[in-house]
Design a protein around this ligand. Structure first.
Ligand SMILES: Cc1cc2nc3c(=O)[nH]c(=O)nc-3n(C[C@H](O)[C@H](O)[C@H](O)COP(=O)(O)OP(=O)(O)OC[C@H]3O[C@@H](n4cnc5c(N)ncnc54)[C@H](O)[C@@H]3O)c2cc1C
Length: 390
């Protein structure tokens, strides 16, 4: 097989499918190449939260707000049931030690324009009556939402196909091809060569392996996370609930939490997400343990114990499934959405760590704007690959 398009997108996860969608909306001839089925990587081993509340105040949260707005449009334009629900989300403040840090977080996010509220005392239990009685506060962000991440991938892929994009599952890219000037001229795959002058590498945690072969170092490491899925049951909370300590496991400073050393070691923080089908998901863990995607039962048990600390009423609810995925982690927690100056025609869109579902719309839009040559929806300096050289 030898075929030519304008742009080849490598990786059929949420990021690759969003890029394919926005490019095909611009009538660019695009092909999405995925080595397995679409949504077979991290985008099917995660939660589906679209959160601004857990982003660093500043560029990080502004990027998410833009993405949330784009998602509102996608919910209308993509003809697929995304199981989308916008109920807001809350961070649980566990004790007096966390309170000043949480109040500071709330103030900075509110000043940055996020729709935030701080709830204390009785308000906490009016909002979520089944929370453990000793929690002392909630930080709420009203614009936060959730959806089924696989449905979003399928919806974007189907919409792209209907506007002419070629979708090539079960096709592994074995090499990015360059011409005699070093510019990109296509990819070699397990099903033959495909030609294009622009290639977007959106292969999540597997991005560095393909980039290094063209002399490009991409500082992405897999950061493993586990999820427990509970049976259909009365919901212990009506919307997304995370412990405030989740931010500490994500950004650092977890030693300030009141948890067992063993939980700290595996980066465990309670994350609760109700689904539209009446089940709920419990997360999560955060560890650098290579590319192993198997569940560690010890970690799952610790996660269940942590969830019980905040929701004692779920003790008798059955867990029906568990899975683990690999977050594409970068050293500064921001994704890489960038051309690669050393290899003309090559773009990287990866490294979204625990935020790729929420940031997929803005990532797809930005890459499409870069390729089409339009002004970008937000400044992209903080997302450039070369920031790591500085
Ligand atoms: C436990 C957990 C919970 C999470 N919860 C959330 C959340 O609530 N909200 C949120 O926003 N984010 C969340 N995330 C993060 C989110 O899942 C990721 O950021 C996102 O899925 C990354 O998408 P991606 O498209 O970059 O990678 P992937 O989904 O991994 O897609 C990359 C694709 O590239 C393909 N590929 C690799 N190599 C090749 C090759 N050589 N040729 C062809 N194809 C190739 C892979 O098969 C894969 O399908 C969570 C992650 C985890 C692990």
């Amino acid at each position: 097989m030898t075929s030519a398009v304008d742009v080849i997108v490598i990786g059929g996860g949420i990021i690759g499918s969003a890029i394919t969608y926005y490019l095909s909306q611009e009538r660019v001839k695009v092909s999405l190449v995925e080595r397995g089925d679409v949504a077979s990587g991290t985008s099917s081993a995660c939660d589906g939260n679209i959160l601004a509340i857990d982003k660093m105040p500043g560029y990080d949260s502004q990027l998410t707000l833009k993405s949330q707005k784009l998602l509102d449009e996608l919910v209308e334009s993509v003809d697929y049931d995304l199981e989308y629900a916008q109920r807001g989300s809350v961070l649980v403040v566990e004790d007096e030690k966390q309170e000043p840090v949480a109040r500071d977080w709330f103030t900075r996010q509110k000043e940055a324009g996020l729709p935030m509220r701080y709830l204390a005392g009785r308000e906490v239990f009016e909002d979520e009556p089944l929370l453990a009685r000793d929690v002392i506060g909630l930080v709420e962000c009203a614009s936060d939402a959730s959806l089924n991440p696989m449905a979003l991938v399928y919806g974007l892929v189907e919409a792209s196909r209907s506007t002419g994009a070629m979708i090539r599952p079960f096709t592994e890219v074995t090499r990015i091809l360059q011409d005699s000037t070093g510019a990109v001229c296509g990819v070699e795959t397990t099903r033959g060569v495909m030609n294009a002058n622009q290639v977007v590498l959106a292969a999540g945690v597997w991005t560095p392996a393909l980039a290094v072969a063209v002399g490009v170092t991409v500082p992405i490491k897999p950061r493993k996370g586990h999820i427990l899925v509970a049976e259909q049951s009365p919901r212990p909370a009506r919307r997304k609930v995370q412990e405030f300590g989740y931010l500490l496991t994500k950004f650092g400073g977890a030693e300030g939490r009141r948890v067992e050393a063993e939980m700290d070691r595996h980066g465990i923080a309670m994350v609760f997400e109700p689904t539209e089908h009446g089940n709920f998901l419990i997360g999560s863990s955060r560890e650098f343990v290579g590319f192993d995607r198997r569940c560690n039962h010890h970690v799952l048990e610790l996660m269940a114990r942590r969830a019980l600390r905040f929701f004692p009423t779920i003790r008798d609810i059955h867990i029906i499934r568990s899975y683990a995925g690999l977050r594409p982690h970068t050293p500064d927690h921001l994704p890489i959405v960038s051309p690669v100056p050393a290899v003309p025609g090559l773009y990287i869109a990866a490294g979204h760590e625990g935020d790729g579902i929420g940031l997929a719309p803005i990532t797809g839009k930005l890459v499409s704007e870069m390729i089409v040559g339009e002004p970008t929806s937000i400044a992209t300096e903080p997302l450039k690959l070369d920031r790591f050289d500085k």
